[in-house]
Design a protein around this ligand. Structure first.
Ligand code: GLN
Length: 596
């Protein structure tokens, strides 16, 4: 049988010898679905299983399916949906892709995030071009085929820097099985399941065991497995979230009722740190079982080709969890100023992950004091100011829109005048520049054109961008940041690189007309977009050398960070707040490049 996929690779072939297998083997698929309720930790499950396979030397990629109609996450409110994660190709995607990148040490593309909107966009464009030759375009087979072909194509993209195609592709299906909006994707995944040999596909179903009357209840999980079965998919593994350790009788009951072997029912009780999840999975034998199900031989795994990439193994994850829980670690208090800080949203997910990476590297504990930027403006200002004054460092997050902007400006002023270590990201740099222009240059009306388009002192101006549409029209993705000041914080933390590659997401930039004037009052411009451009340059980093630590960057360093290689600007900030010396690399690290 030959499978028609548009890709010639998918010819079922006899088992390959292990020596060839690393390069030649077919890509295996691990689908992760969810049942019973949302927020079960499908993302953490996907990342943990992927990370454990990575630590066995396999090349692992990951795709996220989001059944919503938005084409991408770019225009979704971070308050409602969580942060918009930015990939190196500028894709604005679901924050789960950030988890995959950090846990699997890979670089994904916008195509690794599939949404209903994205699929329909393709179908409608094709239909308008007359490519369906008069046929009725339908959910089945057109939508489903497009999804399958997309998955097969994207699963072949090398993501780990080796240039080789992945051996395993994780697929996380957002939402809950049985949802109306995910039904076409479930059908597509059923099609995929039957197009490929059985040993190339396995399904991990995440469910929830509520505790009632003192015992764990399995019924919702049983129903959810049946819903899955009625859509033509069968779970190979159950990952059971619960407050408590999975009870042996529940495991037995689930095994009988759902037709899954007991050893493939994995308990996922609440743990204090995410890094404990892979440790738990490993302890319950999940890696061996997944490898067995997929007929993957351990010898097919191989060490990372890129020596600069360190892949954590299960012991490393256990070590991370221990460091984060060590009560002996020094507590560092960080004032976190943003406008989405209340309500426990995931609006700053990557920033918080980066802070956690810094805690691991520096062996400190962070006490994050959230301060809503609006609180620094009105009647609450004295109280909010007093809170910030007690902090070891002040962080101002990125953001959009005028709400809370004067509060952020006030936070930058407070940090500068009281010599509290300051770190600003994106909008956090723009507000620092507004503050400096207002208070050091005496331009009381200095502002960003985003908040006051008619100000006579637009210290932050709009960049060249397509103003006719809203989606994907910003300065996005991986771009060069040139380090132009030899003794700056920036040069030190990036190991003396000539320039580094970091990710961006902004529509406004520093107005170069104020460059010299701010330089004259003590601002150091330590990073620019292209040193050869002169006045057309874009400022990427500013510092105030007079202060103990004052750094603000236009880019988003939180989008390139792992626990073994934390983002340098964040690390420098936390080290300064903790008053801890840190041995900075003397060689150029993974983000940097020497002068060409
Ligand atoms: N709103 C600002 C801009 O568009 C900052 C963006 C951000 O912080 N990501 O430039």
């Amino acid at each position: 049988m030959t499978i028609r996929t548009g890709n010639s690779y998918y010819l079922p072939s006899p088992m390959l010898r292990p020596a060839d297998a690393a390069v030649e083997a077919r890509t295996k698929f691990i689908l992760v679905t969810g049942g019973v309720c949302s927020s079960l930790g499908k993302g953490v499950t996907t990342s943990s299983v992927g990370a454990l396979l990575r630590s066995e030397g396999f090349r692992v990629s990951s795709i996220k399916i989001d059944p919503y109609v938005n084409v991408d996450a770019g225009l979704m409110s971070p308050f409602e949906h969580g942060e918009v994660y930015v990939l190196q190709d500028g894709g604005e995607v679901d924050l789960d892709l950030g988890n995959y990148e950090r846990w699997l040490s890979v670089h994904l593309r916008r195509d690794h995030n599939i949404t209903t909107g994205k699929v329909y966009n393709t179908l409608i464009q094709r239909e308008r071009q007359g490519k369906y030759l008069g046929k009725t375009v339908q959910v089945v087979p057109h939508f489903t085929n497009e999804v399958v072909e997309h998955i097969l194509r994207v699963s072949q993209i090398p993501v780990d820097g080796s240039g080789l195609k992945p051996q395993v592709c994780m697929i996380e299906l957002g939402g809950t099985v049985g949802d109306l909006e995910s039904a076409p994707f479930v059908e597509a995944l059923r099609t995929l399941r039957f197009m490929i040999p059985p040993e190339d596909f396995c399904l991990i179903h995440c469910t929830y065991l509520p505790v009632m009357g003192g015992g764990q209840k399995t019924k919702p999980s049983q129903h959810s497995c049946r819903t899955l079965l009625s859509s033509g998919l069968m779970a190979d593994f159950l990952v059971c979230r619960s407050e408590h350790v999975l009870a042996p009788d529940c495991r037995k009951k689930l095994s009988q009722q759902c037709g899954i072997q007991e050893k493939d029912i994995i308990g996922a009780h609440n743990v204090p740190s995410m890094y404990q999840v892979p440790v738990e999975f490993h302890r319950q034998g999940m890696v061996d079982r997944v490898l067995h199900k997929l007929r993957l031989d351990r010898s097919a795994g191989m060490p990372a080709l890129d020596a600069s990439v360190t892949i954590p193994d299960v012991n490393t994850f256990a070590k991370f969890a221990n460091i984060l829980q060590n009560p002996q670690n020094k507590v560092v208090r960080i004032g976190f100023v943003g406008k989405y800080v209340s309500g426990g949203s995931d609006a700053y997910f990557s920033v918080l992950q980066t802070f956690e990476h810094c805690c691991i590297a520096l062996e400190v504990r962070l006490d994050i004091v959230y301060v809503d930027s609006e609180m620094l403006e009105g009647k609450d200002a004295p109280e909010a100011t007093a809170l910030l004054l007690k902090c070891d460092g002040i962080f101002v997050a990125g953001g959009f829109g005028v709400r809370g902007i004067d509060g952020k400006v006030a936070a930058a002023k407070l940090a500068r005048e009281n010599d509290i270590p300051y770190f600003g990201v994106c909008l956090g740099m723009q507000v620092a520049l507004i503050e400096l222009a207002r208070n050091l240059l005496g331009h009381a009306d200095a502002n960003s054109a985003e908040f006051n388009p008619t100000t006579t002192n637009p210290v932050v101006r709009i960049m060249d961008c397509d103003k006719t549409q809203m989606g994907a029209n910003m300065h996005l993705g991986l771009r060069e940041v040139h380090l132009i000041e030899k003794d700056s914080i920036m040069t030190k933390i990036y190991g003396g690189a000539d320039h580094v590659l970091e990710r961006h997401r902004h529509r406004y930039e520093f107005n170069m007309e104020y460059f010299q004037r701010l330089k004259d009052v003590g601002v150091r411009f330590s990073g620019v977009s292209d040193a050869s451009l002169g006045p057309l340059n874009r400022v990427e980093a500013i510092e105030i050398p007079k202060n103990r630590f004052f750094l603000a960057v236009q880019y988003h360093p939180e989008f390139i960070t792992t626990p073994v290689d934390p983002s340098p600007p964040f690390l420098a900030f936390v080290a300064a707040a903790a008053r801890k010396e840190f041995a900075w690399p003397t060689t150029i690290n993974s983000r940097g490049a020497p002068a060409s």
